[in-house]
Design a protein around this ligand. Structure first.
Ligand code: PAF
Length: 291
């Protein structure tokens, strides 16, 4: 497994692979890898002949009061995990490589970033879109794979790729969960056993919303109430948002007539966790008109 820290060198690696007729899949990450990341990498391995992974804790997507400095990092452990996939090349630049002095070009995806995490983390998706665009230009993948746990991020990147004509296919993959339902996240490493137990209420709340839809709910309010009741029972969770939005536009909905995203962000202590599920309304059979 090759480790490259320089952007030009990474571009040369990608150029050579392309000239040799290889298909490059890329999995952008911020490291501290877990099974969720590895599932994306295995999918990349299946779908392409070369697998490139980036490890870069992107300062541009963290707010001033967020966890940039304490974000968990363990490059050696990450490398050992990537060897098991196996990964062909790791691009692990420093912040100075990605944002050299004089850097002043940013990408804003204006609409789909308005609500949910975008509303609570000003500048976050600007940082994500910009770094992902840079990674695409540096790693030159044919295919890039992202997890659906960061659903708004995935939709933002898809929008950017369409709007700016990036020649890269975007693939979203289902959230990988612990056996008890907690969505895998590098930030789970921050959780004490007590907060880990409280955090379980997030995935349980999503299940409650899904159950309510299956029982015949027709309005977003009913799903929110079902999820809220479960979150309410959890010890000390501080819910930042619980929203039901259209799964494509991410705009709030009232009646559920098309797939919706139920999305939750909550603080377990000082750890911010997010999770979501997409729910599709059942086809309701209309009574045939009376003869
Ligand atoms: O999902 C992440 O880990 C990051 O937001 C990403 C896509 C690697 C950009 O820094």
């Amino acid at each position: 497994m090759e480790i490259i820290r320089d952007a030009r060198q990474m571009q040369q690696w990608a150029d050579s692979a392309r000239i040799a007729g290889e298909k490059i899949a890329c999995v952008p990450t911020m490291g501290y890898l877990h099974e969720g990341h590895l599932s994306l990498m295995r999918e990349g391995r299946r779908r392409a002949s070369k697998l490139a992974v980036s490890i870069f804790v992107n300062p541009a997507q963290f707010g001033p009061n967020e966890d940039l400095n304490s974000y968990p990092r363990d490059f050696e452990r990450d490398c050992a995990l990537m060897e098991t996939v196996p990964v062909d090349v790791v691009f692990a630049p420093t912040p100075a490589v990605m944002y050299p002095p004089g850097f002043q070009t940013w990408i804003e995806v204006t609409e789909i970033t308005q609500g949910l995490c975008g509303a609570r983390r000003p500048g976050h998706f600007r940082g994500v879109a910009t770094v992902v665009a840079k990674l695409f230009n540096i790693m030159k993948p044919h295919l890039a794979i992202f997890g659906e746990k960061d659903y708004q991020q995935l939709r933002t990147i898809e929008r950017m790729v369409r709007d700016l004509n990036f020649d890269v296919e975007i693939l979203g993959m289902p959230t990988v969960r612990e056996r008890d339902g907690l969505a895998m996240s590098s930030r789970n490493a921050y959780l004490s056993p007590e907060w880990r137990t409280s955090a379980l209420a997030i995935s349980q709340a999503l299940k409650a919303a899904a159950g309510r839809l299956a029982q015949g709910a027709t309005h977003a309010r009913e799903l929110r109430e079902a999820a809220q009741a479960t979150l309410h029972e959890a010890n000390g969770l501080n819910v930042q948002y619980l929203e039901v939005v259209d799964a494509l536009t991410l705009k709030p909905v009232d009646r559920i007539e098309a797939p919706v995203l139920v999305a939750i962000a909550a603080f377990a202590g000082s750890t911010r966790l997010i999770d979501n599920c997409v729910l599709t309304p059942p086809v309701r059979h209309q009574r045939p008109p009376r003869a």
